[in-house]
Design a protein around this ligand. Structure first.
Ligand code: ADP
Ligand code: MG
Length: 234
């Protein structure tokens, strides 16, 4: 652990799409997120929140500006280096779970470790599934599990590499309130216990309020940053 921020974005611009469909999505984003902190990104639909997460995760490259995550300057990495960076440093949880349908829960969670060549992939995946309360579901396929169970598998898959950064895009958007709360508790306890940096997008004010900071995004710009959930400058 150092005092260096886990994530630093400087004047980040990104345009996506082709021809008439080109959209200037991120318009000069400046942001610092402290090591081990939790940040909730909020803002209207279409404001660029998901795109901003993808840039932090190294899944989209900025057209302009610099993106520094977990000590790496992402713009300087080759595609292979960027893939390795993602595999070792970033865990991502999506609204729609994104599990591989023809793999069991255990196989899904083992994937990131197998890609990294870890010989203990299945042992670690089993422990991670036990930690999210799915020790009895190791051999189940996604279609045989409820939405909440599938999202637990996705949380286990995100955490199994011990990522520096945990990113979640509306992780409770497809879950009922009780199940959503369980997923949120899992993410926050992982963040605290492992000192992971957590960045999540949510429309749920009670979820955003659990974060150390909220950042408001509007039309691809930061509208308001560095405020705590109570509106106090962080
Ligand atoms: P949010 O997550 O805040 O709802 P997004 O980051 O998904 O917003 O999208 C921001 C804007 O960029 C939207 O207008 C969306 O339609 C557009 N957009 C997102 N991805 C692409 C893409 N690959 N090509 C073109 N436009 C895109
Ligand atoms: Mg989105």
């Amino acid at each position: 652990m150092t005092d260096e921020p886990a994530i630093t974005l400087r004047n980040v611009h990104l345009t996506l799409g082709e021809g008439a469909g080109r959209v200037h999505i991120l318009k000069g984003i400046d942001l610092e997120i402290g090591n081990g902190s939790s940040v909730g990104l909020v803002g209207p639909s279409g404001s660029g929140k998901s795109t901003l997460l993808m840039v932090m995760a190294g899944l989209e490259r900025a057209d302009k500006g610099t993106v520094q995550v977990a000590g790496s300057e992402l713009g300087a990495l080759s595609e292979d280096q960027l893939a390795r960076f993602r595999g070792l440093n970033v865990g991502i949880i999506f609204q729609s779970f994104h599990l591989v349908p023809n793999m069991t829960a255990l196989e899904n969670v083992a994937v990131p470790l197998e890609l990294a060549g870890d010989p203990a992939a299945f042992d670690k995946a089993k422990k991670e599934l036990e930690a999210v309360g799915l020790g009895e579901r190791l051999g189940h396929y996604p279609a045989q599990m409820s939405g909440g169970e599938q999202q637990r598998v996705a949380v286990a898959r995100a955490l199994v590499v011990e990522p520096a950064i945990l990113i979640a895009d509306e992780p409770t958007g497809n879950l009922d309130e009780t199940t959503g709360t369980q997923i949120v508790d899992l993410m926050f306890s992982a963040q605290r216990e492992r000192r992971t940096t957590l960045v999540l997008v949510t429309h749920d004010p009670s979820l955003a309020a659990k974060c150390d900071r909220m950042i408001r995004v509007r039309s691809g710009e930061i509208e308001e940053a560095d405020v705590t959930a109570e509106g106090i400058p962080a």
